[in-house]
Every structure is written in structure tokens, then in C-alpha cells.
Design a protein around this ligand. Structure first.
Ligand code: PAP
Length: 346
């Protein structure tokens, strides 16, 4: 029955494995419900979350309450393989887009744009998050049936990645976005996704918190700089991409990505328009209009449509006052000083 349904949806083996594994959890050692986690949480600084509950300052970053046990399980149990690819972002940096692109590039021998699972599956179900799907509630997923090369995603900052990711030589693809657009995208998302009982989310309060380093998996600049520095040290293992470069010239960024993933586009593929075919397939306009992205859910957290708003660079000018721009520019200048990293903001 399931097979029949998957066939109808155009999902073939590889996808079925991935989707099934996000659900096929073999063990749950219930750390989420133990005194151990309660003790840990009570020892950590906390702030009210902009969405629901609290965020805790765990290992120097702000971790949503429910994700703390998942992060611990991920750090404790995840065993990276050299052939793995880990997609990393700050939330709202273009994660959904990068997952779609990386999946399509890696699986292009199996799927053409018209047979792609992306026609009926949200990118988050093709490349699962470790701290949301796989290890949620401290479950220990059975990853043995994931087809190799495996692909996972996380929002964790570099220092908090499981050791095996840092030591195995697997590939890490990091995507960041200028802090102005990142902030505005986050604010819109939180405004939709937050508990109704909390009332509207003030742009000014949210901005103040962001400038002070608040926000899931932030501080923003620590997150970005952690991966930036690592990409300079280990360019063959950590690829640093920006949303702005991707918007400016998606095809050349896709070629960089394919090369890094060990499956460069051949001349023949380029001539045949394979690069353009994938970039069109993964474009904002195309994905946003898929039924699954209009009506589906990223279980059990959000509606898929919340991952598709505008998908542009520079939308922040419509929301942020000159004083706010000045404040964030000063922070950015100070944080990025000497790093060699610069953001394009519009
Ligand atoms: P996540 O980290 O919670 O998974 P993420 O996908 O990083 O979310 O962020 C969503 C942003 O990416 C939205 O930006 P916006 O609010 O400024 O519009 C969303 O529109 C944008 N986005 C999603 N898919 C694409 C795409 N295919 N191309 C460009 N931007 C996209």
C-alpha cells in the first residue's frame, strides 16, 4: 500500500529510505524526561523564546528548549562517515533552498527535474535535520539503512558539532545570509509560527534581541565566523556559501557545490542544460508552488509554506529604520573586523 502510494507520488527507493528513516526510530532512552536533562536545563541561562517556551544558552549558543535533548543525543551518538555531507545554516539563511540543490545535484543520475521527489516532497523531508527530526526527543535513529552517500542537516554552531563530523573528514556545506535579511526573514517566520497566546512579535524587541546575540542557534556572528574560519582552514572539507552569491549567479555557485560534493558537472551536462534544469527546479517560484509546499507540514513543527516567503536579497529595507541599520552595521563591522568576511546586503 505504502509502496503504491510512493509510486504514485513519484518517490523512488532513495527517497523512501530517507523519509522512512526520519520516522523509523529504534530506541528512545528518554533523556528528555529524565532528571538529568531537568538538572542541566535548570543550570543554564534561559530567555523566553520568541516562538514558544524558552531558549537555553547551551555550549554558548541559544538552543530551543525541545532541541536540547536532541542536540545532546546527536552529539553523543552520531557517527559521521567520510562520505557524508552535512548541510549547516543559521535558521532562515536559505536552508530549504540549499537542501533542494544539494539533493538534486547528488541524485541527478537518478532523477531528472520532472521525476524529482521535490515535485511532491518538501526539501526538509529529503535532507533531515538532526536536532529536529532524527534525534528529536533524544531518540537514537537507525541510520544504517540510509543510502550512501548520506546527507544530513543541522543548525548547530561549529564548536558544538559532534566530534565525528569534525574528525571524519566528511563534507560540511555552510550557507549564510546577510544579517539584515536573515533577521527580517526570522521575524516574519516567528510572527507566523509563534504561539498565538504570546501575541504579536514586536519588530523592535526582536531586533534588540538579535543585536544582543539572541535567536535560535545564535549569536549570529559567532555562528557564521565559526564556519568561515573553518572553511579557510579546511577548504576541502568545509564549503562556505552565501545566499547573496547564490541569488546573483546560481549556476556558478551550483558548479562550486557540485565540485565540492565530488560530482562536478561534466561539459556534456553543461551543454545539455543540466545545471539550469536543476537551478530552475529548485528556484523559489517553482518550489513555492508545489502542492506539498503550499499545504504540507514540517512535522510536527511548522507549515511548509512558512519556508517560502519572498526569497530575495534586500527586502530588509522595507522594515528596518536608519537607526536600526546604523546599529547593526556597527555590530557587523566590529564582529567581522579582521576576518576577511564581508556581506552583500542589497
Ligand atoms: P530554515 O532554516 O528554518 O529551514 P530557511 O529555508 O533557511 O529556513 O529560510 C527561509 C528563507 O529562505 C525565506 O526567506 P525570506 O523570508 O526572506 O523570503 C524563504 O523565502 C527563502 N527561500 C526558501 N526557498 C528558497 C529558494 N528556493 N530560493 C530562494 N530563497 C528561498
Amino acid at each position: 500500500m505504502r509502496q503504491k502510494k510512493d509510486k504514485l507520488l513519484g518517490i523512488t527507493n532513495c527517497t523512501v529510505h530517507i523519509m522512512a528513516d526520519t520516522q523509523m526510530i529504534t530506541k528512545n532512552n528518554n533523556l528528555a524526561e529524565t532528571d538529568e536533562i531537568a538538572d542541566l536545563l535548570s543550570s543554564l541561562p534561559k530567555e523566553k523564546s520568541w516562538r514558544s517556551g524558552y531558549v537555553y544558552r547551551y555550549q554558548g549558543f541559544w538552543c530551543p528548549e525541545k532541541q536540547v535533548p536532541a542536540v545532546i543525543a546527536f552529539q553523543k551518538h552520531f557517527l559521521a562517515q567520510k562520505t557524508d555531507t552535512i548541510i549547516v545554516t543559521m535558521p532562515k539563511s536559505g536552508t530549504t533552498w540549499l537542501k533542494a540543490l544539494a539533493f538534486s545535484i547528488m541524485n541527478r543520475a537518478k532523477y531528472t527535474p520532472s521525476s524529482s521527489p521535490l515535485n511532491s516532497v518538501n526539501p526538509h523531508d529529503l535532507v533531515p535535520f538532526c536536532e529536529y527530526g532524527l534525534y528529536a526527543n533524544n531518540q537514537i535513529p537507525d541510520l544504517s539503512t540510509f543510502p550512501s552517500p548520506r546527507m544530513f542537516a543541522t543548525h548547530l554552531p561549529y564548536p558544538s558539532l559532534p566530534d565525528s563530523i569534525k574528525d571524519s573528514g566528511c563534507r560540511v556545506v555552510y550557507l549564510c545570509r546577510n544579517p539584515f535579511d536573515n533577521f527580517i526573514s526570522m521575524w516574519h517566520f516567528l510572527s507566523k509560527a509563534r504561539d498565538e497566546s504570546l501575541g504579536p512579535l514586536s519588530l523592535e524587541d526582536c531586533f534588540d534581541g538579535f543585536c544582543n546575540g539572541l535567536g535560535g542557534f545564535g549569536p549570529f556572528f559567532d555562528h557564521v565566523l565559526g564556519y568561515w574560519r573553518e572553511s579557510l582552514k579546511r577548504p576541502n572539507e568545509v564549503l562556505f556559501l552565501t545566499f547573496e552569491d547564490m541569488k546573483e549567479d546560481i549556476n556558478s555557485q551550483m558548479k562550486r557545490l557540485a565540485e565540492f560534493l565530488g560530482c562536478p558537472f561534466s561539459l556534456e551536462e553543461e551543454v545539455d542544460g543540466v545545471v539550469e534544469g536543476i537551478s530552475k527546479m529548485c528556484s523559489f517560484g517553482n518550489l513555492k508552488d508545489k502542492e506539498i509546499n503550499k499545504t504540507g507540514r514540517f512535522h510536527p513543527y511548522f507549515e511548509n509554506k512558512t519556508f517560502f516567503r519572498k526569497g530575495e536579497v534586500g527586502d530588509w529595507v522595507n522594515y528596518i529604520t536608519p537607526e536600526m541599520v546604523d546599529r547593526l552595521n556597527k555590530i557587523m563591522e566590529q564582529k567581522l573586523a579582521g576576518s576577511g568576511l564581508k556581506f552583500k546586503t542589497g
